[in-house]
Design a protein around this ligand. Structure first.
Ligand SMILES: [Zn+2]
Ligand SMILES: [Zn+2]
Length: 306
């Protein structure tokens, strides 16, 4: 019928920060557990695959210091027949179609390996910027590999648990603007504290930002809010857009500031004056008396602080 078939590619980034998930269990037994979260995620991605036979999915786990693909895994190329073949076989196994079973099994296996993997130093923040960069690279690769006439509609959904990390601010902003340029929508489903970085990401790329009120209802939020494709969203009554906090966090104390100092080299933001930038180690040359530095500049101005 239509000459151009549209492939909807959904890349889900799931925050698997063990510190955050571990704390949930200690605080409240009835809270959403990690395995329930993975179950909800699997139902969600299976639903996405069910919507259209060309739909594709990828899942990336965001750990405290690395990012890893949960699906598809390395060996078979994502566009290889390995995946597509089984899609049409329609052989139920445990009541599930082969392709769904394959996705489920792969994700389960990879999550298990990731969680029970080598002991390492754990942090309370998640390497989200790295996972987003991985998602964008993957989308870019699939766009290049796409067959003639195949149109890829990519979007990214971040399921975020742990707090924002101010140290990733720069990378994060670069990723957001790259996504905007490539027309990639970033959606965010927030399980815990508000995320200023993701608010900006969703606002800039035209995605949905939603902090869920009840964690145990995660699956319902995923199915109702994040499953419909981007083009149908205008017809739905989705949660209203939130007020985006565009204030930047200072790199020294991670507090939100209205006015501050900007490094002219790396654009790091500081709430107090420092002669050396702590991010890029640039030493500012003083031409006049250093007292002039007391004059505060607006953070939006890209200027030297002296
Ligand atoms: Zn500060
Ligand atoms: Zn700097």
């Amino acid at each position: 019928m239509a000459a151009e078939e549209e492939t909807s590619l959904l890349v889900v980034i799931i925050d698997v920060n063990p510190v955050w998930w571990g704390q949930r269990k200690l605080k409240d037994e009835n809270d959403l557990s990690f395995s329930q979260c993975i179950d909800s995620l699997l139902i969600f991605i299976n639903s996405h695959l069910m919507l259209h036979h060309l739909n594709k999915v990828a899942v990336i786990a965001s750990h405290t210091n690395r990012s890893q693909f949960l699906y598809p895994t390395r060996e078979p190329s994502p566009s290889s027949q390995d995946v597509d073949e089984s899609r049409y076989q329609n052989i139920p196994r445990d009541g599930k179609y082969e392709h769904f079973a394959k996705v489920d099994d792969t994700v389960f296996k990879e999550v298990k390996q990731l969680i029970t993997g080598q002991e390492e130093e754990l942090h309370s923040d998640t390497l989200l910027a790295g996972s987003l960069a991985m998602a964008l690279c993957y989308i870019h690769r699939l766009e290049k590999e796409a067959a003639a006439g195949e149109k890829l509609k990519p979007r990214v959904l971040v399921i975020k648990a742990a707090d924002d990390s101010a140290s990733q601010y720069m990378d994060f902003m670069n990723i957001i603007f790259t996504a905007q340029k490539q027309n990639i929508v970033i959606d965010a489903c927030i399980l815990d504290k508000e995320s200023g970085l993701l608010q900006q990401a969703c606002d800039i790329t035209g995605g949905i930002y939603l902090k869920i009120l009840q964690r145990t209802g995660l699956l319902q939020y995923l199915l109702w809010v994040f499953l419909p494709p981007v083009k149908t969203r205008s017809k739905l009554a989705l949660p209203p857009a939130i007020h985006v906090d565009y204030r930047a966090a200072c790199f020294c104390h991670r507090t939100l500031i209205d006015i501050g100092y900007v490094c002219s080299v790396c654009l790091s933001i500081f709430c107090t004056f420092s002669p050396i930038c702590t991010t890029c180690h640039t030493a500012f040359k003083f031409r006049g008396p250093p007292m002039r530095a007391k004059k505060k500049k607006k953070i939006t101005a890209v200027e030297n602080v002296i």
